[in-house]
Design a protein around this ligand. Structure first.
Ligand SMILES: Cc1cc2nc3c(=O)[nH]c(=O)nc-3n(C[C@H](O)[C@H](O)[C@H](O)COP(=O)(O)OP(=O)(O)OC[C@H]3O[C@@H](n4cnc5c(N)ncnc54)[C@H](O)[C@@H]3O)c2cc1C
Length: 395
């Protein structure tokens, strides 16, 4: 393996670059943003045991230690509450639950970028690729520059240009759900909210096709906050909801949660409107397997999923570790890519299916399904093995 061009310096692309550089493989990353600080959204990423294992594999030991010392640990419990804050179940993660971390996005980016100063080229917006006569791949960028590599990896996120050229039939579709997301500062949360909402992530199982996810994020470089995400089928929203400002969106959520517990209503009311935005939930549709070549894809570029299980970044890290393992010492590039893609499709699209199921359950309009779900949750409080299964399937 002589050279790899990675398009996109996001979570997956940078993690792959770290592992390839350590393996002595020539690698370059091309990122459309002008600097590492551009487009850093102020939210945290939950790193689960799969993501943690991948990070550990790809990072050099000092960088992994830096991650461990800077990431917050997440409590292994996950709660299910009614909209009146009655507890339905609290499930836990079992033996590997200690490996869940909460990572501030800027911190994770800093660790993934460390030592790659000569590897990442910013302000390089990928436009298309062409095959060269000797079978390599030439990438073209918006500023007219070009770069040739033996393998091109599209790690350019959910709207991937590499995917659109390479697998134009691979689609992303709306799942018919819109989520309104906001952040309440921890100081306000301490003043306004009961312990159960501040101590662990919770899913609020509300009636009539609506739900809410509430999760505390410990202080790190920032003050710490409580993130809430209200979700409902798109037919429940007025037309043009995505374009509304934060204050209007918060009003909308307040209007549909009048019968909810006063603490949840206070949480919505006291949230800084600038932190509130609406997200149309989309998911990728698994394409039929394709033959391996010297172009491939990883992370959201191929298997973007609903945010309901919070695992998209973990699956991008997982892909990076899978591909790095296959490329390290590979005798034949296409065999390495074929093996990687088989494992990536298996893991990635399983996560896509699970997060789609979770999204459908979250906003299900079926009273029977909701009742059944609540019954399963209540049963879990007295059946410990069921608690573990629920944690693995839903959290
Ligand atoms: C609010 C929110 C919360 C989330 N929380 C979690 C969580 O807790 N846990 C979790 O696992 N996941 C979470 N996710 C999902 C997670 O952020 C994504 O799944 C993850 O970032 C995907 O990583 P990636 O490397 O595939 O793509 P990205 O991280 O999106 O990186 C793609 C990169 O490619 C660059 N790029 C795009 N186009 C071009 C181009 N033409 N040329 C050059 N560069 C280009 C982009 O600028 C970007 O830097 C969350 C998402 C959201 C929106």
């Amino acid at each position: 393996m002589s050279s790899v061009a990675i398009i996109g310096a996001g979570t997956g692309g940078l993690c792959l670059a770290q592992a390839l550089r350590t393996a002595g493989i020539e690698v370059k990353v091309y990122e459309r943003h002008r600097s590492p600080a551009d487009a850093l959204h102020g939210y945290r990423v939950r790193i689960n045991p799969t993501g943690a294992r991948a990070l550990r594999h790809c990072l050099q030991p000092p960088a992994w230690e830096a991650f461990l010392s800077r990431a917050g640990r997440i409590r292994q419990e996950f709660g299910f509450l009614t909209e009146r804050l009655r507890e339905l179940a609290v499930v836990d993660g079992g033996p590997d639950a200690e490996q869940h971390y909460s990572a501030e996005r800027g911190m994770l980016r800093e660790i993934l970028l460390a030592g790659l100063e000569d590897v990442v080229r910013f302000d390089a917006s990928f436009e298309r690729y062409d095959r060269t006569p000797d079978g390599r791949v030439e990438c073209r960028f918006a500023d007219g520059t070009r770069a040739v590599a033996d393998l091109v990896v599209g790690a350019d996120g959910a709207n991937s240009r590499v995917r659109r050229q390479y697998l134009p039939h691979a689609q992303r579709v709306d799942v018919g759900m819109v989520s309104i997301v906001g952040r309440l500062a921890l100081s306000a949360a301490e003043r306004l909210l009961p312990e159960c909402l501040r101590a662990r992530p919770n899913s609020v199982v509300a009636p009539h096709g609506t739900g809410m996810f509430v999760a505390p994020h410990e202080p790190g470089a920032d003050e710490g906050y409580l993130m809430w995400a209200y979700g409902a089928g798109e037919h429940r929203y007025p037309v043009g909801v995505e374009a509304m400002d934060g204050a209007r969106l918060a009003e909308l959520v307040a209007g549909t949660t009048r019968s909810w517990h006063p603490a949840l209503r206070a949480m919505i009311r006291e949230t800084e409107p600038g932190t509130v935005n609406a997200v149309t939930i989309r998911t990728s549709v698994p394409p039929a397997p394709w033959p391996a070549t010297n172009v491939t894809l990883l992370g959201d570029a191929i298997h973007s999923m609903t945010p309901l299980r919070g695992v998209g970044a973990n699956m991008a890290l997982n892909d990076a570790a899978l591909l790095a393992r296959e490329l390290t010492g590979a005798a034949d590039l296409r065999t390495a890519v074929r093996r990687y893609e088989a494992a990536m499709r298996r893991d990635g699209f399983r996560a896509v299916a699970e997060s789609l199921r979770a999204a459908r359950m979250f906003v299900s309009e079926s009273a029977t399904r909701r009742l059944l779900f609540k019954t399963v949750l209540r049963t879990a409080t007295v059946v410990p093995p069921l608690r573990k299964v629920l944690y693995a399937k839903l959290c």
